[in-house]
Design a protein around this ligand. Structure first.
Ligand code: ASP
Length: 437
């Protein structure tokens, strides 16, 4: 029964039956003293999230268009939830204040943050906990950058001593007292910040899946769940597109070495995935997961005696830098060098970049390969383990996938291959089958 901060996502709080599950989860462990709720999410595929409705109200108000109809949907959701739960919160007063705020030109951040604020009031009452307005403990500086130290001190001083508290997710305040939100999905970040501030033993992130999966279930049929993953492995996988947790939510807990447990509100009996500091490097030959992304372009250069030419790489990268383009990988050979770039980075700049490279680097040849996909096979168990690459490449060869690029990070926990976009799904399945079965 360690000290636990529980963040519950929008689908976990979408209506009364869901919130009852949350209540039972919190009651099941006395260590679960601090709760960070999102705003009510979708109840089904056709439903709207409260946050989206609030942004819509703000848009309409900004255009001086009546937003009552949309606002009524928001009010109705909260009233239904509160009455079904039988909690006594003065919603009328709070809703009237939000409505007036919108009419008076309140910001989009203020509007959106009210989703968490109102939900927090209800959940605090239900759980018999103290409501702590996030605006009073989560701070941004005048430039909108999150203020770590000041926030940590406030949480340590004000929240940590409380027996039980509910802190709404997603927002904090600016030096002038106005509300600022994190980016979308930001309640994950609030949960991580609170976990660090109170010195939690574990940060539980409750959502609607039982943790991370070893591969994308849209590609691999029923992939296995990941039991334990290190922060670093998670970073590699999420960078490649595996998402459960907001990326920025990792940093506060990682710094403090607090493990994150991704759990399923609808299946609390599942252990979920544990994201831990550097998990023991057991050289088991097992992989942790596979993830990949499409839409990369490779610019491949060839030049005789490139290896002896001082400054070639710098000139090439200078061209990218001066065009404000970041790159992913630079596979190179004796007389060849390629850069792998995400298409969204290139965004209409390819021709100019090509011309500038021609001029600055004077290659013998410059080829462009569009439509590449990258696949990362990640696993701390792969480090110092012979035969991992062989197994990977054999699997791809058997599936008749042509590998266009190979890159193994220096950490040895990651092998990245570049394949043609049309081979992407086939390649992911082949790797999964080879390593996991
Ligand atoms: N409610 C916010 C959103 O929809 C924040 C969150 O749920 O984490 O983005």
């Amino acid at each position: 029964m360690g000290l636990t901060v529980c963040k519950f996502g929008g689908t976990s709080l979408a209506d009364e039956p869901q919130i009852r599950k949350v209540q039972a989860i919190v009651a099941a462990d006395a260590g679960r003293r601090f709760v960070v709720p999102s705003a009510p999410g979708r109840r089904n595929a056709d439903d709207r999230k409260i946050t989206d409705l609030l942004y819509l109200c703000h848009n309409l108000a900004e255009q001086k268009v009546a937003f009552d109809e949309v606002f009524d949907l928001v009010s109705g959701r909260y009233r239904d939830i509160a009455s079904a739960l039988g909690v006594d919160v003065d919603l009328d007063t709070h809703l009237a204040k939000v409505r007036q705020g919108l009419l008076d030109g309140a910001s989009a951040d203020y509007a959106a943050s009210r989703g968490e604020f109102l939900n927090g009031l209800i959940i605090a009452r239900l759980l018999d906990s103290t409501f702590v307005d996030a605006a009073e403990i989560i701070f941004f500086d005048a430039h909108g950058a999150f203020e770590t130290e000041r926030t940590q001190q406030a949480i340590d001083a004000q929240v940590r001593p409380m027996a039980r508290a509910v802190v709404p997710g997603f927002y904090g305040s600016m030096p002038d007292g106005s509300i600022k939100t994190f980016s979308r999905g930001g309640s994950d970040i609030t949960g991580a910040i609170v976990a660090r501030g109170v010195g939690a033993d574990v940060y539980e992130n409750w959502t609607d899946v039982s943790g991370l999966l070893m591969a994308d279930p849209r590609i691999v049929d029923h992939p296995k769940p990941i039991d334990v993953i290190s922060y670093r492995e998670l970073r590699e996988l999420s960078y490649m597109g595996a998402t459960v947790l907001h990326e920025d939510a990792i940093f506060p807990v990682r710094q403090a070495g607090i493990p994150v447990n991704i759990r399923n509100t609808n299946r609390p009996e599942d252990a979920g995935s544990m994201i831990v500091p550097e998990a023991e490097q057991k050289h088991t030959g097992a992989i942790t997961g596979i993830a990949g992304r499409k839409h990369f372009t490779v610019i491949a250069l060839e030049k005789a005696l490139m290896n002896a030419e001082i400054g070639f790489g710098r000139r090439l990268l200078n061209v990218l830098e001066s065009n404000h383009v970041s790159f992913e990988h630079i596979p190179s050979g004796i007389d060849t060098m390629s850069v792998v770039i995400a298409d969204q980075e290139l965004d209409g700049k390819l021709e100019r970049i090509k011309a500038e490279i021609d001029q600055e680097c004077r290659p013998n040849n410059i080829d462009i390969y569009p439509e590449m996909a990258l696949i990362a096979t990640v696993g701390r168990g792969m480090a110092r383990q012979p035969g991992m690459a062989a197994k990977l490449f054999a699997a791809l060869a058997d599936a008749k996938v042509n590998i266009r690029m190979i890159d193994q990070g220096s950490s040895e926990i990651n092998i990245i291959v570049g394949v043609e976009t049309e081979d992407f799904e086939k390649a992911v399945c082949a790797i999964y089958k080879a390593f996991i079965g």
